[in-house]
Design a binder for this molecule. Structure first.
Ligand SMILES: *[C@@H]1O[C@H](CO)[C@@H](O)[C@H](O)[C@H]1NC(C)=O
Ligand SMILES: *[C@@H]1O[C@H](CO)[C@@H](O)[C@H](O)[C@H]1NC(C)=O
Ligand SMILES: *[C@@H]1O[C@H](CO)[C@@H](O)[C@H](O)[C@H]1NC(C)=O
Ligand SMILES: *[C@@H]1O[C@H](CO)[C@@H](O)[C@H](O)[C@H]1NC(C)=O
Ligand SMILES: *[C@@H]1O[C@H](CO)[C@@H](O)[C@H](O)[C@H]1NC(C)=O
Ligand SMILES: *[C@@H]1O[C@H](CO)[C@@H](O)[C@H](O)[C@H]1NC(C)=O
Ligand SMILES: *[C@@H]1O[C@H](CO)[C@@H](O)[C@H](O)[C@H]1NC(C)=O
Length: 400
């Protein structure tokens, strides 16, 4: 007696004939029910295709905010750099680039982070406060202009405050009005008569021609060549000239920067602090290396850390770099510039050659910078096979 518990038991207990009957039954079943089976099959197929498409689009949406995508951009950039090194290492005569500057150079576009920091993730270092995309810190100590500037410098190479628009002027009124001070130093120098156009923000950061808010009768170099900001009273927010040796409180300024990387993980914003970023300035991390390398070796070392040899885009950035070497008296450091001529250079990171401080154009086209406490910040050109210590730079938040 065969007890049928289930199909499996049935198969085990039956002989081959019974198995064949089973198969024939299945075929008959398919013949009888082919329409619903076909519809079912098509439905399953459509379902699978939809799942695939949904997954595909969801993934590409996520990638839009995912760091991998940025890494890809960095890799694209690396390709462009490789082209530059390729040309460079093969000692190609660069004059052809000069003659085609509009095409060759504009094709090397800088990554976003070299231009401005994304306003959504701006932060400040050194206990500065983020105000209108700049970092300010009040120093309620009275000092001469030079000494005040020196105290700012100790904080990541900060400068005295600059005011480039009516908006910033209002923000500064709000920033200082509760300090009960008469005046604070600004970073403006007016050394030429009463001519506003000749007033210069330090350092080399433009003139006051576009915006100024002088009190009537100022600037006037007969009162002094340094400019203060009135911090209380009727004239609050207006500027005046004073002797630079006078003592006043002051506000220091740094550009905003990025302290970490924000990642959108299923729409939760997560901030990862960038602990490896010791020298953080204006959205970039700088890494100092004290071993000696020729140009290609130094660049390779930087690349292995997701960086490039440093590119420099303003006198204020140079001032910041000086603070990285404040423990040495004198050093020539290798930077990422290649000079085609005294006034035409390219950077290994592909950023624009918008700032140039070459003082001594000598044989060789790689740029080194005099730095350290006794050094000028001047740039020199020198043969690329010479060994120098070097400085790397990468956008803050980019990791290897
Ligand atoms: C580079 O090439 C240009 C013409 O293409 C030539 O005038 C110049 O002398 C060359 N410079 C060197 C250093 O070979
Ligand atoms: C390249 O730049 C120089 C100076 O900036 C300019 O005189 C020259 O016309 C430019 N060449 C081309 C092809 O645009
Ligand atoms: C700043 O210094 C002035 C003069 O020394 C003082 O009157 C004022 O209370 C100080 N402000 C703050 C906020 O400490
Ligand atoms: C000062 O201004 C005069 C014209 O008012 C100009 O000729 C002179 O070059 C200026 N000096 C400086 C150092 O800018
Ligand atoms: C003011 O200074 C600028 C730059 O130094 C100069 O070009 C201009 O001529 C000066 N204007 C007057 C009225 O002196
Ligand atoms: C800046 O913020 C945007 C949006 O919040 C984000 O996509 C981007 O990755 C951030 N960049 C950095 C360097 O953190
Ligand atoms: C740089 O140094 C490395 C290793 O010493 C060497 O292989 C390479 O040829 C050098 N490159 C240049 C441009 O001198």
């Amino acid at each position: 007696m065969v007890v049928k518990f289930d199909d499996a038991t049935t198969l085990e207990e039956n002989d081959n004939g019974a198995l064949q009957t089973h198969f024939e039954n299945s075929v008959a079943f398919v013949m009888d029910h082919w329409k619903p089976l076909l519809i079912g099959g098509i439905s399953v197929f459509v379902l699978l295709v939809s799942v695939f498409l949904i997954t595909f689009f969801a993934t590409s949406l996520l990638l839009r905010v995912h760091p991998k995508r940025r890494r890809k951009r960095v890799q694209n950039l690396k390709l462009r750099q490789k082209l530059v090194y390729f040309l460079f290492l093969n000692s190609v005569n660069f004059s052809f680039i000069h003659s085609e500057n509009s095409t060759t150079i504009t094709s090397v576009t800088p990554p976003d982070s070299y231009t401005t920091v994304d306003p959504r993730n701006q932060s400040c270092t050194n206990h500065f406060t983020l105000i209108n995309g700049k970092c300010w810190r009040m120093f309620n100590l009275t000092h001469s202009r030079t000494s005040a500037d020196g105290i700012c410098f100790l904080h990541n190479g900060a400068t005295l405050v600059s005011i480039k628009s009516a908006n910033e002027n209002r923000a500064l009124v709000d920033f200082v009005k509760n300090e009960h001070l008469d005046t604070v130093w600004t970073g403006l120098l007016c050394n030429n008569g009463t001519n506003i156009t000749s007033c210069i923000w330090d350092i080399q950061a433009g003139t006051a021609a576009r915006y100024s808010n002088f009190e009537a009768g100022y600037p006037d170099v007969t009162y002094g060549g340094c400019v203060y900001f009135t911090a209380s009273g009727k004239a609050i927010g207006q500027w005046g000239s004073a002797q630079c040796s006078q003592s006043m409180a002051f506000v220091c300024e740094l550009p905003a920067t990025v302290l970490g990387e924000k990642i959108d993980l299923d729409s939760f914003l997560v901030l990862f602090p960038d602990e490896t970023c010791i020298f953080n300035y204006n959205g970039n991390c700088y890494t100092r290396f004290d071993n000696y390398w020729n140009f290609s070796g130094a660049q390779r070392e930087c690349e292995s850390r997701c960086s490039n040899l440093v590119s420099i885009h303003s006198a204020n950035e140079m001032r910041f770099i000086q603070t990285i070497y404040s423990d040495v008296q004198s050093a020539f450091i290798r930077i990422g510039g290649i000079a085609m001529s005294q006034d035409f250079l390219i950077w290994t990171d592909g950023s624009p050659g918008d700032f140039d401080n070459i003082q001594y154009f000598q044989p060789g086209s790689c740029i080194i910078m005099a730095t350290g406490t006794s050094k000028s910040g001047y740039w020199y050109t020198h043969p690329c096979d010479q060994g120098y210590v070097y400085l790397c730079k990468r956008p803050a938040g980019v990791h290897c």
